[in-house]
Design a binder for this molecule. Structure first.
Ligand code: C2E
Ligand code: CA
Length: 608
């Protein structure tokens, strides 16, 4: 067999006449796969060649590997770049191609659809896509002739299709044997572990590097939008770019659908931050994915492994915790940190527990905190606050589980539950004669057109007047994506429901910008209010913010009124309502009616 290396000119017609022999795979840069031909490839291409009566058949994989079969036998090509771009095109498209005469096809013009191997230019070309057994597209099987043809019969076409299916099975089988991923042709996770153990027999320690292409949710959304062809191509491109950053003695492994790993050589065990910054910068540059420019959100993790600690450990899990954390960091790379890993484990545990709690609702509850009107001293409303009591961990504060629910995509069902539970409760109180309003906290992940419908439907279900409700949004939620947000808020206002700007003062937005929002009230954050006792500065802030907000027609609510002293101070300010421990602590629903019945009113401006 003539094994060609370098550019193709060495592989001339003589190469086509070689006797049959096993082909060698050609994944550029990958050494782990070497020594494995595509099993059954000879038989498959002979079948295609005979059925179609063509002298030349090739299997072109999207990874760049190419196998050729001529009437003489199979021949590998070591330089995929030497191929006419049309072969790569065929390998990347999921549909078959048929060109009866390449001379008549404008894509070829005068260029030969051949490479130096053919004695004459190729005139006839037919291809069928090749898929793995699970449907991933991995290349094309091409049948060619130096003579043009008048047609390709249906039975010839279906023979080519059958041969392509068999070639796909062969590539998958080769992947198992050769420990490679069928899409990227990189060695896969088992190979990584085997090679790592072998490597660590000779060195005391090494660095493992992991590269995450994008957060799983984002990648899945990308697949839903673009399909697997683009996703596979993107992964291949990321692998190529990562390999271009690595020295040639380092092997890249595909250890997950969107994750690569490598063992870095044990030089002096120092990390070079500039090199890692360069890798992140390289991966953050847009990719041209089949003509579509795409950017990814890479995360690069690093872990130092000790040969002595390897037994039973899972270095990939640990380094993934670093690459996961790095994805949302500005720098884009991070070294494994044990405390961070513990936090992620705990978070994961809590997310699954929260999902279960949301399914049966037995551990979740709502507490309500009264709001009083400073003019009349009367209770005018309550704010619903979520509570979660875990059976073994005890009460988990909302400051912890709300953020968790947002990150884990559970906020939709949590808010739905809060809406239903609190509106049902409000209906009970109002039927008892308590003319109070209800405030509900919503997070920015709730802000979508769906929220308006959900609110209207919940009010209908529980026969609650939408004008007795108020939704509280934090300042940062309101200022993010302000144009779409304003549209949603206007729709909520049209229902008659109030909108409060929560925790005002914790963000950096100014009041003038917030006034663009159709909000009805503004809640001054408790951090300033609580500080009023000790800081004249804080008192001045609360006083002037209240005045300014009132002049802009907001109803001003002060939160965190913990003491009588603070309560008396805000009575003298441009504030409309007070909320805080001095008035009442948040309490379970059944205590609220008792409290309301016993409540005789706070000191008010109208009081004698
Ligand atoms: P928030 O909306 O600012 O709610 C007020 C928080 O301050 C509540 O904490 C309340 O218990 C506490 N608080 C009230 N008066 C005082 C006081 O005088 N002094 C002090 N130190 N604290 C006071 P909680 O219940 O722990 O809730 C924390 C946060 O969790 C809430 O802050 C809100 O942002 C979020 N949250 C609670 N329930 C929900 C919910 O159902 N949905 C959403 N999206 N967020 C919720
Ligand atoms: Ca609130």
């Amino acid at each position: 067999m003539q094994t060609t290396t370098g550019t193709a000119p060495g592989l001339h017609a003589a190469g086509l006449q070689d006797s049959p022999s096993a082909a060698t795979p050609l994944s550029a840069g990958s050494t782990a796969a070497e020594g494995f031909a595509v099993p059954g490839f000879d038989a498959v291409v002979r079948l295609a060649s005979h059925s179609l009566g063509v002298p030349l058949v090739s299997l072109v994989l999207s990874s760049g590997e190419t196998y050729w079969y001529t009437s003489g036998g199979t021949t590998p090509i070591h330089s995929p770049q030497a191929l006419h771009p049309f072969y790569n095109e065929a390998a990347r498209h999921q549909a078959g191609q048929l060109i009866l005469d390449t001379r008549l096809d404008e894509r070829f013009g005068d260029t030969d659809l051949g490479f130096a191997a053919t004695p004459e230019p190729i005139r006839f070309f037919a291809s069928e896509p090749v898929f793995t057994l699970t449907g991933q597209h991995i290349g094309a099987l091409c049948a060619m002739d130096i003579h043009p043809r008048a047609n390709l019969s249906e039975s010839e076409r279906s023979a080519l299709r059958d041969a392509a299916a068999l070639a796909g099975a062969g590539v998958v089988l080769r992947s198992y044997l050769g420990r490679t991923d069928p899409v990227t042709q990189l060695p896969h996770r088992n190979a990584f572990f085997e090679d790592m153990r072998a490597h660590m027999r000779d060195v005391p320690h090494a660095w493992v590097i992991a590269i995450d292409v994008a957060p799983v949710q984002r990648f899945n959304a990308f697949i839903r939008a673009m399909g697997h062809t683009y996703a596979d191509e993107l992964i291949r491109l990321v692998a190529q770019r990562t390999q271009s950053w690595m020295s040639t003695d380092v092997h890249l492994y595909q250890v997950g659908v969107t994750r690569f790993a490598a063992l870095l050589p044990d030089r002096n065990m120092l990390i070079d931050p500039a090199r890692l910054d360069a890798l992140v910068a390289l991966l953050r540059r847009p990719f041209d994915c089949l003509g579509i420019p795409l950017t990814i959100q890479p995360g690069v993790g690093l872990l130092k492994i000790q040969a002595s600690e390897l037994r039973g450990g899972d270095p990939l899990r640990l380094v993934m915790s670093a690459s996961y954390a790095a994805q949302s960091s500005a720098r884009g790379w991070a070294v494994y940190d044990h405390a961070q890993d513990e936090q992620q484990r705990q978070e994961f545990f809590l997310v699954t527990e929260l999902a279960a709690a949301l399914a049966d609702h037995t551990e979740l509850d709502l507490h309500y905190q009264p709001r009083v009107d400073l003019d009349s001293g009367r209770c005018v409303g309550v704010e619903a606050l979520a509570r979660w009591k875990h059976p073994t961990l005890g009460p988990i504060p909302p400051t912890q589980f709300i953020g968790l629910a947002e990150r884990a995509g559970l906020m939709h069902s949590l808010t739905q539950w809060v809406l239903d539970r609190s509106l049902a409760q409000l209906a009970v109180w109002r039927n008892q004669g308590h003319q109070i309003h209800l405030s509900i906290n919503v997070s920015n992940t709730d802000l979508s057109t769906g929220l308006v419908d959900r609110l209207r439907q919940a009010a209908e279900r529980h026969s609650v007047d939408l004008a007795t409700l108020e939704l509280e949004f934090t300042e940062s939620t309101l200022m993010e994506h302000s144009i779409t947000t304003r549209r949603y808020l206007s729709a909520i206002r049209r229902l008659g429901t109030g909108i409060a700007i929560d925790d005002f003062g914790t963000g950096y937005s100014n009041l003038a910008a917030l006034r663009q929002m159709p909000a009805t009230s503004l809640k001054i954050d408790q951090s300033f209010v609580r500080g009023m006792t000790t800081s004249r500065h804080d008192e001045a802030i609360v006083r002037s913010v209240a005045e300014l907000a009132r002049s802009m027609d907001f109803r001003v609510v002060v939160e965190g009124v913990e003491t009588e002293h603070i309560y008396d101070s805000v009575l003298g300010m441009a504030c409309d309502e007070a909320q805080g421990f001095h008035v009442a602590y948040p309490m379970p629903a059944d205590e609220v009616s008792v409290w309301l019945d016993a409540y005789r009113g706070m000191r008010s401006r109208q009081a004698p």
